[in-house]
Every structure is written in structure tokens, then in C-alpha cells.
Design a protein around this ligand. Structure first.
Ligand SMILES: Nc1ncnc2c1ncn2[C@@H]1O[C@H](COP(=O)(O)OP(=O)(O)O)[C@@H](O)[C@H]1O
Ligand SMILES: [Mg+2]
Length: 376
């Protein structure tokens, strides 16, 4: 049919395709509409057809084709055949439509698959490019930080020599200025070291080696550092915690860094003469350290974000008093490298408590039993 289509309205089938009305033709030789079948366009009749029946194939009242049967006998088809063929045509209508829908869905699927493939490959390329740029950025930060650190160390060294009058007497005003230079140089050194840490964390090069260390002993010494730090704002510092030795799995340099970040924040965001407390809890498998301040506090919706790098609640205010927004991100990484957790509880205007946990060193079975008993 596709090779030699019958135009709509021509012949018996063409008429049924146009009108949608079934027809039985008892003697087609008497029907002027009849077009004889030809094979491959040749004019040779290949079957002496005498009668014909034709019904429309419909789907939702639309004619989508015709079903046609022919016979070499006159008056071969009855109304019974018409009913049968009509029922067959109804089923065919649904089947053809389903096949068309299926084909359309298949095409749509294919189209969708192609689009997804293109989008995925674009995304993959973008990702590779992003990784490349990220590496360039990390390398850049790392190289620049390294190159800045060396001259900063000598600036601080020479300024200290001058300020401490190691190379000759200076006036009080000169001393004051040199102290400012020293202060600012130290600030710059801290900033470079934070940048270097973040780039190490991002490139997976921050190795935190853990040993069995005595936390209590460390905290005894560390308290002097806090007292020193709180002098400027005259905060009242106190420590609360057990005095017995507690062995943890830790890296004391990194624990110093975590605490210094938390304590310097506590000081930075507190007014003069407020209280500042360091509290130690001992649990069965871990210890918890709390740095408790009476400073400005943090809104609940900021409580998680402040641990993201470069996040500052009020960046203008924070930058004016110094800070990059890296301290808590670094601390979080360091705490997690210890197998611990870090979080904050805070009330605006009343203060904040930054807490983190550290794992205790593996205990022997008998030590564990006696610990459980003491804790009961
Ligand atoms: N003790 C605190 N009290 C109030 N806000 C704090 C405190 N500690 C941290 N924050 C908030 O979290 C932000 C991120 O802290 P941090 O990562 O240490 O960066 P930085 O100190 O360089 O700003 C701070 O800018 C501040 O908005
Ligand atoms: Mg900070």
C-alpha cells in the first residue's frame, strides 16, 4: 500500500477511508469506482477479484485506515462478515494507535537519552575544568603562602630586635610604633598560616598524626596562654574540670590550634571584664571541652554556617577587628581528624559555648571497668 497508495476518495477503499462508512460490494465489475490491483505498478491483473468488503479503522472517531477483504466469488461477503470485520477494525484501531504511541515514546526516550548524554558530557567537562581551576587556586595559595611566610618571619625577628633595644636605644614613640609593626606582622603571619592550612585541607595534605597524650597536663600549661590572651580585655578566666590525668588520642599542636581559635573568638566577641570559662568533661570513651563566653552570641540560623570557610556573621564588623572566617573551618577539620565533633550553643546577647570532643586512648579492660564504676 505504501508503494502504491490509493488516493483518498478513489476506489472502494479510498471512498471508505474518506466517508468512514463500511461497504460491501457484491460485484465490483459493476462498480465504476473499482481500481484493479497492480503488482509493482505493472498493468497485469493478478487475481480475478469479483467482490469486496471494506470497513474503516477508527481511533477516537478519527479514520486512521481501512480494512479490506476481496474474493474471487460474486456476492461473497455478508452482514455477518461486516460485523466481524468491524470488530476486528476496532481492535486494530487501538493496536495501531498503541503502536504509534509506543513509537512516539520510543523516539521521545531516544531524544531524551541523547539530551541527557550531551548534558552529562558537558557537565563532566565542566567538572574536569573546575577541578583543574581548583587545583590552580590551591597551588597558587600554597605557593604564595609559603613565599610570604619566610620574609614575615624575618620581619618579625628584626622588628623584635629593634623593639627590645638589642641593637641600640630607641625613643618611647619609636618603641610604640615598632610594637604596632610587630602586632600587625603577627596578624599577617596568622592569616598566612590559616590560608596555608585551608589549602592543605582542600588538597588532602593536612596530616594529623595522633599519639597517646595527657590532656590534663597539656591544659594546665595551656591555661597560662589563655590568661595571657585575656589580659587585653581583662576577662575573668577560669577552668573547670577533673585534675586526674586523662590520656587521649591526640595531636597537641593541633589541639592547641583548635583551642586558640575558639578562645581568640571568645575574646574577640566579648566586651571588657566578662567571664570566660574553659570546661573539661570526662566520659567513658571521650572527653568534651567547652569554651564558654558571655559575648555577643550567634543567631540559631548561623550556628552551622559559621563552620564553613570564609563565613562570618557580620563580615564588616569582624574584618574591622581582624579575621578571615577560616578559624572555625580549620578547627572543624582538625577536630574531625581526631574523630571528634564540634558545635556551638548560643543565645544572642548572652554568650556562646563552643564544644568539641576528643577520643580517649584505648583503655585496657580493667581500666574500663573501674572507669564505668566511677562514673556511675
Ligand atoms: N565566640 C563567638 N561569639 C560570637 N560569634 C562568633 C564566635 N565565634 C565565632 N563567631 C562567628 O563566627 C564567624 C567565623 O569565625 P571564624 O571562623 O573563627 O572566623 P573569624 O574569627 O576569622 O571571623 C565569626 O566571624 C563570627 O561571626
Ligand atoms: Mg576566628
Amino acid at each position: 500500500m505504501r508503494k502504491n497508495p490509493i488516493p483518498l476518495g478513489n476506489g472502494v477503499t479510498g471512498t471508505v477511508a474518506k466517508t468512514g462508512i463500511p461497504e460491501i460490494v457484491g460485484d465490483i465489475t459493476q462498480d465504476t469506482r473499482y481500481i484493479p490491483h497492480k503488482r509493482d505498478g505493472s498493468s497485469i491483473l493478478y487475481a480475478p477479484i469479483k467482490s469486496e468488503i471494506c470497513v474503516p479503522i477508527k481511533y477516537k472517531n478519527k479514520i486512521i485506515g481501512v480494512l479490506n477483504a476481496e474474493s474471487d466469488h460474486l456476492n461473497h461477503f455478508t452482514h455477518h462478515d461486516l460485523n466481524f470485520l468491524s470488530a476486528l477494525a476496532d481492535q486494530s484501531g487501538i493496536a495501531i494507535q498503541n503502536a504509534l504511541f509506543y513509537e512516539r515514546i520510543e523516539n521521545f526516550n531516544e531524544e531524551l537519552r541523547n539530551k541527557i548524554d550531551t548534558a552529562t558530557s558537558k557537565l563532566r567537562n565542566a567538572n574536569v575544568e573546575l577541578q583543574r581551576l581548583n587545583k590552580i587556586k590551591s597551588d597558587f595559595v600554597s605557593i604564595v603562602s609559603h613565599e610570604l611566610r619566610t620574609p614575615m618571619t624575618s620581619i618579625v625577628g628584626y622588628v623584635s630586635l629593634l623593639a627590645d633595644e638589642e641593637v641600640g636605644p630607641i625613643t618611647p614613640e619609636q618603641k610604640e610604633f615598632l610594637e604596632i609593626v610587630k602586632e600587625e606582622s603577627n596578624r599577617l603571619t596568622r592569616l598566612i598560616s590559616d590560608l596555608l592550612d585551608i589549602s592543605k585541607i582542600e588538597s588532602g595534605k593536612m596530616n594529623v598524626e595522633l599519639d597517646d597524650v595527657d590532656l590534663t597536663q597539656f591544659l594546665m600549661k595551656y591555661q597560662n596562654k589563655i590568661k595571657d590572651m585575656t589580659k587585653e580585655k581583662q576577662l575573668n578566666f577560669n577552668f573547670e574540670g577533673p585534675a586526674n590525668s586523662i590520656i587521649i588520642k591526640g595531636n597537641l599542636d593541633k589541639i592547641d590550634q583548635i583551642l586558640t581559635n575558639l578562645v581568640s573568638n571568645a575574646i574577640k566577641f566579648s566586651e571588657q571584664n566578662k567571664n570566660l570559662k574553659l570546661r573539661l568533661h570526662e566520659n567513658i570513651n571521650h572527653v568534651q571541652l567547652d569554651v564558654i563566653d558571655e559575648g555577643m552570641g550567634i543567631l540559631p540560623e548561623q550556628a552551622e554556617k559559621i563552620f564553613d570557610k570564609f563565613h562570618q556573621v557580620d563580615s564588616e564588623f569582624t574584618r574591622s577587628i581582624g579575621g578571615t572566617g577560616l578559624g572555625l573551618a580549620i578547627s572543624k577539620h582538625l577536630v574531625e581528624s581526631h574523630g571528634g565533633k564540634i558545635w556551638v550553643n548560643s543565645t544572642i546577647g548572652e554568650g556562646s559555648t563552643f564544644s568539641f570532643t576528643l577520643m580517649k586512648a584505648d583503655l585496657k579492660a580493667d581500666q574500663l571497668v573501674s572507669q564505668v564504676q566511677t562514673q556511675k
